[in-house]
Ligand binder design. Structure first.
Ligand SMILES: Cc1cc2nc3c(=O)[nH]c(=O)nc-3n(C[C@H](O)[C@H](O)[C@H](O)COP(=O)(O)OP(=O)(O)OC[C@H]3O[C@@H](n4cnc5c(N)ncnc54)[C@H](O)[C@@H]3O)c2cc1C
Length: 388
């Protein structure tokens, strides 16, 4: 019989035995390898690179891709893994998103056979780390305004510009760099030891402390003609990678929310005030009930989206629905969970405020709340309103 406190509507009943087994393997990994250390990693602003091989062993890197050593898992499996990882910490889920959904997806979708053979198998084992450079200091929500440019000089491309907020760049072996060219925006596969490429971690941060984001500087970075991603012309290409990551985020955010709710539930059943557990108060129960409602609804949204993705009928505008709703609700849940833990809730002994802080980044990257609202608004009215 389902445990109502943890799965009120028996949503596990919508998953196959194999999906539940895979989910539980990732959950066990998070419990054993992330949960005991995350408070310390977060405080120390430390990205635990040493657990990358274990994530690779679980088949989590580029897990939705086929061939080249990737696990070829379904969209729903990918979502379930993202949910479990983010129940540990958004920073660790972000690593899997940047490596798999952004860098590896770009190579898999748009790379030549040679590029795929060269990079993907070793990225799937975690031997090599990738990053995805789209955002710039003055081009965030509007990447079409990017300034980074690439000029073709004979057999060589020369890249100049700056990128900002690029996940993993300072530890990456390869960067997918998006740049303006005479033919529009193109993607380039840039080994990070190429002369003129530098990446500097952005510090200190109040969010996503157990992960790395960087400024990238490109000064006369010279790569061979074949470094261009042949299949990628225009912004549709990077957007198709962002859609993969946005899809994982809608699941991940619900993982963070679930973890915060479970922490609050356990605390309120234990903590006594006025001679009774604080879970006895109607006002406390109201908060817990509202959390359960939104978590269960959010997981249903993610699962429906995943089933559409696996059926091959998902439209990109539909991804915005879950990204907007689930991250927005997850932040509210994590903040509310913190109130239930009182003063103790502001320490790193409890997860809700750490999750809420992380989710500030999650609501901003891969399209802000406002951008996803505009995407959905355009989808239902037929009128784009991105610029005045
Ligand atoms: C932790 C983290 C990791 C990241 N990782 C990566 C990465 O790996 N690779 C990468 O390329 N980028 C990455 N990013 C960048 C991220 O995608 C951008 O921060 C995001 O696109 C928003 O851009 P911006 O920060 O420049 O904000 P801006 O675009 O300047 O937006 C500021 C505010 O203006 C609002 N706004 C903008 N346009 C409109 C409009 N038309 N209507 C209404 N409101 C609007 C926004 O919604 C927002 O509230 C990351 C960011 C963070 C914080």
């Amino acid at each position: 019989m389902t445990n109502l406190a943890h799965d009120y509507l028996d949503l596990d009943g919508l998953l196959s035995t194999e999906e539940i087994e895979f989910r539980d393997r990732v959950r066990a990994f998070v419990s054993a390898r992330i949960r005991p250390h995350i408070g310390h990693w977060y405080e120390a602003a430390y990205f635990p690179r040493e657990i990358i091989p274990e994530m690779a062993e679980l088949g989590l890197l580029g897990m939705h891709l086929s061939g080249y050593g990737c696990a070829g898992r379904s969209a729903v499996d990918y979502g379930l893994a993202a949910m479990e990882l983010e129940a540990g910490d958004s920073g660790l889920r972000t690593f899997v998103s940047v490596q798999g959904s952004l860098a590896m997806s770009a190579l898999h979708k748009f790379g030549s056979e040679e590029q795929k053979q060269h990079w993907l198998p070793r990225m799937a084992t975690g031997e090599l780390v990738g990053c995805f450079g789209l955002t710039e200091p003055t081009a965030g929500s509007d990447p079409a305004s990017m300034q980074t440019h690439a000029v073709c000089e004979g057999e060589t491309w020369v890249l100049n510009g700056t990128k900002r907020w690029i996940g993993l760049a300072s530890i990456a072996d390869v960067a997918i760099i998006w740049a303006q060219t005479d033919d529009g925006i193109r993607g380039f596969v840039v080994p990070t030891d190429t002369g003129g490429f530098t990446a500097t971690a952005i510090e200190p941060k109040l969010s996503m402390r157990a992960s790395i984001q960087c400024d990238i500087n490109l000064t006369d970075v010279r790569v061979p003609g074949h470094a261009v991603l042949g299949g990628a012309v225009g912004l549709r290409a990077p957007f198709s990678c962002l859609n993969e990551a946005r899809y994982g985020i809608m699941w991940g955010a619900m993982g963070a929310a679930r973890d915060a709710y479970e922490a609050a539930l356990a605390y309120t059943l234990e903590r006594q005030q006025f001679g009774v557990p604080i879970a006895s108060f109607q006002l406390t129960q109201q908060k817990l009930v509202d959390m359960v409602l939104e978590i269960q609804k959010g997981v249903l949204v993610a699962l429906r989206t995943g089933r559409l993705k696996d059926a091959g009928t998902l439209r990109s505008e539909q991804i915005s629905f879950g990204k907007l709703n689930n991250v927005r609700e997850a932040i509210a849940i994590c903040r509310q969970a913190r109130t239930l833990i009182g003063g103790n809730g502001i320490t790193l002994d409890h997860s809700p405020l750490r999750h809420a802080n992380n989710l500030e980044s999650v609501r901003t990257y891969e399209g802000t709340d406002e951008i996803h609202t505009l995407i959905i608004g355009q989808a239902i009215t037929g009128i784009p309103s991105f610029s005045p």
